[in-house]
Write a protein that binds this ligand. Structure first.
Ligand SMILES: Cc1cc2nc3c(=O)[nH]c(=O)nc-3n(C[C@H](O)[C@H](O)[C@H](O)COP(=O)(O)O)c2cc1C
Length: 182
């Protein structure tokens, strides 16, 4: 099972729409997929007690990642980085085991022309620190507010092809690098 994270909790986010594109494509290729949208995080994650007394609503997030054969994170650029809620979410996951050797890939989205290059490179440092197994390709979606059509699909054929190639490549990478086999 693959997990796709929509890496912001902003209501109406374009990140969630791109995450949905990824879920639909992976499912169309026969993969089982679970979407985790950070908009569903329990508000108690902001409690000062959350670090030692994990909010109950986090359990479904933790369980999905524990079961995942691969983790795809779709993340937007906020202030030249990735959203604080995404870092908080990572900080809430059980340490140190959760991301260890977990095949992981990233799709960056941004209003700007660099398509989330900065947040992807920054979050890769965090995943490397947590000993995740990073897929070497990434996809960036610049001007994301103009990139999706009324059906919520990518209107640029070349971009859609690059995203599909990333997803196909990552699915194969995850299967040949399963963490149980490490
Ligand atoms: C708090 C905040 C900070 C942002 N900072 C940047 C930025 O540094 N660079 C950029 O290209 N877009 C920036 N944006 C625009 C987002 O990239 C844009 O909203 C895009 O649709 C992806 O974010 P979304 O998933 O929230 O829609 C920012 C948006 C928000 C809400």
């Amino acid at each position: 099972m693959f997990v796709v994270i929509s890496g912001t909790n902003r209501r109406g986010s374009n990140t969630a729409r791109v995450a949905a594109v990824c879920v639909r494509y992976l499912e169309s290729q026969g993969h089982e997929v679970k979407l985790l949208d950070l908009i569903d995080l329990p508000p108690e994650v902001l409690s000062p007690d959350a670090y030692f007394d994990r909010p109950a609503g986090l359990a479904t997030f933790q369980a999905a990642i524990d079961e995942a054969e691969g983790l795809l994170t779709v993340l937007p650029e906020y202030n030249g980085s990735f959203p604080g809620v995404l870092k908080l979410f990572i900080d809430m996951l059980e340490f140190p085991r959760t991301l260890t050797q977990l095949p992981s890939a990233f799709v960056g989205v941004a209003a700007g022309r660099w398509g989330g290059l900065r947040p992807v490179e920054q979050i890769e440092q965090v995943f490397n620190y947590r000993n995740a197994l990073l897929y070497w390709k990434r996809t960036f979606i610049p001007a994301v507010h103009e990139a999706l059509d009324e059906d919520g699909e990518l209107s640029d054929e070349g971009l859609a092809k690059r995203l599909h190639a990333l997803l196909d490549g990552f699915a194969a990478f995850a299967k040949t690098n399963a963490r149980s086999a490490q």
